[in-house]
Design a protein around this ligand. Structure first.
Ligand code: MLT
Length: 268
């Protein structure tokens, strides 16, 4: 399986693995990698079928994406890493941490959800497949970006909006169809959130229409000690719409994590 990825920053620093949303690719993290790679090892990869990674022959599922992620870490010989996943990337990150807790030392969940799809959402996803077959990918890309960004971003973030549209149009129809099936059949993880003992940061755009702040609050209540921040001037792609706040929360989270064991020791 060919996996396309970028790996930059000091190899001995805290490592963060970024997992993109659907149907996007690793370039959605460019503003995080550029800002954070001087202090952290930053890795972003393309999920199977997205960007430049191979599609393979199997049907897609969140479980398959998690297996790919663990195989990828093994190939890079990384024992432990922090995961940062947005939306679909968050579904993958949640499943990975729940099923392989020893491989992760931090979890950043962005604009994501622990619930499974409702029957209405499943139906919408199946209609999307038919619509793309009948009307093509461009119409789908144009409609999708309207939901991905906050209304104000249509004035201020025109290049980011174009980039997101290009990422969608650069994804093959087969990968989109297989991923829609994987998303529609994914299992809920809300009932397992209390099992998560990994330090967790939750970020969400204030104007996220797809996974709004109320959804993030459910995850926040479920994970002991998790921190939640709601980002201004941001919709679903909060990392692209407000990279300044987004990146600062990541740096602060890592600094606090590094300080916490010291504070524990000094109290003893
Ligand atoms: C995403 O951004 O990854 C998608 O909105 C996820 C979804 O459709 O559930």
């Amino acid at each position: 399986m060919k996996v396309s990825y970028v790996d930059s920053g000091p190899k001995d620093a805290q490592a963060i693995l970024f997992i993109h949303g659907f149907p996007l690719n690793k370039t959605m993290w460019n503003m995080q990698l550029n800002a954070l790679k001087s202090n952290y090892r930053t890795i972003a990869y393309d999920v199977r079928g997205h960007g430049d990674s191979a599609i393979g022959s199997e049907d897609f599922s969140i479980e398959l994406f998690v297996k790919d992620l663990i195989d990828f870490l093994d190939a890079l010989k990384i024992e432990k890493i922090m995961l940062c996943g947005l939306s679909m990337g968050g579904y993958i990150a949640l499943n990975a941490v729940l099923n392989h807790p020893s491989r992760f030392d931090g979890l950043i969940l962005c604009d994501t959800n622990c619930a499974a799809d409702s029957p209405e959402t499943v139906e919408k996803r199946m209609n999307t497949i038919e619509n793309i077959k009948n009307e093509g990918i461009e119409k789908y890309a144009n409609e999708s970006v309207k939901n991905l960004f906050a209304p104000s971003s249509f004035q201020t973030k025109t290049s980011e909006i174009k980039e997101a549209g290009d990422m969608i149009m650069g994804t093959s129809q087969l990968a989109i169809f297989r991923t829609l099936h994987a998303l529609a059949s994914r299992k809920e993880t809300c009932s397992r959130l209390s099992e998560i003992k990994t330090p967790t940061l939750i970020l969400v755009g204030k104007e996220d229409k797809i996974t709004p702040p109320e959804t993030a609050k459910v995850i926040h209540e479920g994970i002991d000690g998790a921190k939640l921040f709601i980002l201004d001037d941001a919709g679903h792609l909060s990392n692209m719409e407000n990279p300044t706040q987004f990146n600062k929360h990541i740096s602060d989270f890592i600094s606090q994590m590094k300080r916490a064991p010291q504070e524990e020791k000094s109290r003893v």
